[in-house]
Design a protein around this ligand. Structure first.
Ligand SMILES: Nc1ncnc2c1ncn2[C@@H]1O[C@H](COP(=O)(O)OP(=O)(O)OP(=O)(O)O)[C@@H](O)[C@H]1O
Length: 314
C-alpha cells in the first residue's frame, strides 16, 4: 500500500479538501500493464503520488501476466471505489470482463499506456500525469457502453475478416518495437495471402447479407484517432455494423487511405447500419478480434449490452 507521500502536496490537498476526495477517503486501485506499448513507470509513480497527495488511498499493482486484471476486477472482495487501468485497450477490456460479474462495480479510469489507445482518443483522455491526476481526482464519469461477442465484452469493436487476420499475425516483439507501424507491416504482408470465402451476416431476423469484412463497433474511432463510424460513441448506447464489400489488395489500399483521411464512412463499398444483434458465419473459419486482441474465428454472435460501466472523463 502506498500511503506516504501526502505531505508533499499539502496545498493540493487543501484545494480538494471539500471536493470529490474529501473523507471518506476514496480507495483507488491502480493496475498497470508494464508490457503495454507506451508504459512509463515515472508517469505511474507520479499519478499514484498525486492521488495520494489529494487524499486518496492508493494501491499500485503491476501485472505479471495476461488475465490478472480480469481476475482482480472479478474478485467480489474488491474494495476499490475506482480502478485505474495503466495500459491500452486490451488491458481495459480485461477490466471490463472482470467487472461484468462484480455485484458492485467501481468506476474505471485510464492512464493511456497502450500502443493504439483507441478508447483514450474516443474519450479525449489526457496523456500527461498532472492532467490525469486532476481528472481522476475530480471523478466526473460517463457511462461506458460495450458489446458482447459470443458473450465476451468488448468496448471498442469486434471485427471479422482481414483486419482481424492482421491482429492475429502481428508479432508481439515487432509491436513493441514499431508500435502502430507493426500493424501496417503485418497488413502489407497479409494483404497478398489467400483470403477465406465471404462472410454471411445476419442482422436480427433480416435476410442474411454477404460481405468480406465486418466490424461491429461500439465506438467512433478505430486504430487510434481515425473515425470509422461517426454515428457511434462508446459513451452512447448502440452498436453499428460496418461492412466492407471487398478485401482485394486494391480495395484494402483504397479503404486504408479513406480511413487515414477520416472518409471511410462515405467510401464506396462501405455499408453502415445500426444493429442490436448480429451473427457472422462463413464456410471456412475467418479470424475475429476484439479490442485489438485475437479472438478466435467465426461463427461469432454480437449483441449490444445494456448495463454500462462508468468511466472517469475530463
Ligand atoms: N504482465 C503482462 N504480461 C503479458 N501480457 C499482459 C500483462 N498484463 C496485461 N497483459 C495483456 O497484454 C495485452 C495488451 O496490453 P495493452 O492493451 O495494455 O497494451 P497494448 O497492446 O500496447 O495497447 P493497445 O491495446 O491500446 O494497442 C492485454 O490484452 C493484456 O491481457
Amino acid at each position: 500500500m502506498r500511503r506516504t507521500t501526502m505531505q508533499r502536496s499539502a496545498a493540493l490537498r487543501a484545494d480538494w479538501a471539500d471536493g470529490p476526495l474529501a473523507p471518506p477517503r476514496r480507495r483507488i486501485l491502480l493496475m498497470a500493464n508494464p508490457t503495454a506499448g507506451g508504459f512509463r513507470a515515472k508517469v505511474l509513480e507520479a499519478v499514484a503520488a498525486g492521488l495520494e497527495a489529494a487524499g486518496a488511498e492508493v494501491e499500485v499493482r503491476l501485472t505479471k501476466r495476461a488475465g490478472e486484471i480480469r481476475e482482480v476486477c472479478a474478485d467480489v472482495t474488491l474494495a476499490a471505489d475506482t480502478v485505474v487501468i495503466g495500459g491500452g485497450d486490451g488491458s481495459l477490456n480485461e477490466a471490463l470482463r472482470g467487472l461484468q460479474t462484480c455485484p458492485v462495480r467501481p468506476k474505471l479510469a485510464i492512464i493511456p499506456f497502450g500502443t493504439a489507445n483507441v478508447l483514450a482518443h474516443e474519450l479525449g483522455l489526457p496523456f500527461k500525469a498532472d492532467r490525469i491526476i486532476a481528472m481522476i481526482a475530480a471523478g466526473r464519469s460517463k457511462p461506458l457502453y460495450y458489446g458482447l461477442a459470443n458473450g465476451v465484452p468488448f468496448v471498442l469493436m469486434a471485427s471479422i475478416g482481414f483486419d482481424a487476420d492482421v491482429v492475429h499475425h502481428v508479432p508481439l516483439d515487432l509491436k513493441r518495437q514499431l508500435g502502430k507501424l507493426a500493424y501496417v507491416w503485418s497488413a502489407l504482408k497479409r494483404s497478398f495471402k489467400r483470403r477465406p470465402g465471404p462472410l454471411t451476416v445476419t442482422v436480427g431476423t433480416e435476410t442474411p447479407r454477404t460481405c468480406r469484412l465486418a466490424v461491429l463497433t461500439n465506438s467512433e474511432r478505430y486504430g487510434g484517432t481515425f473515425r470509422l463510424c461517426p454515428a457511434a460513441h462508446a459513451t452512447q448506447p448502440g452498436l453499428h455494423l460496418v461492412m466492407l464489400t471487398s478485401d482485394s489488395p486494391l480495395a484494402l489500399m483504397r479503404f486504408g487511405l479513406a480511413l487515414v483521411m477520416n472518409r471511410i464512412a462515405h467510401a464506396h463499398g462501405v455499408i453502415t447500419v445500426p444493429v442490436e444483434t448480429v451473427t457472422v458465419t462463413s464456410e471456412e473459419p475467418v479470424a475475429c478480434q476484439i479490442d485489438g486482441d485475437p479472438f478466435g474465428a467465426t461463427p461469432v454472435t454480437v449483441t449490444a449490452a445494456h448495463d454500462p460501466a462508468r468511466i472517469i472523463v475530463p
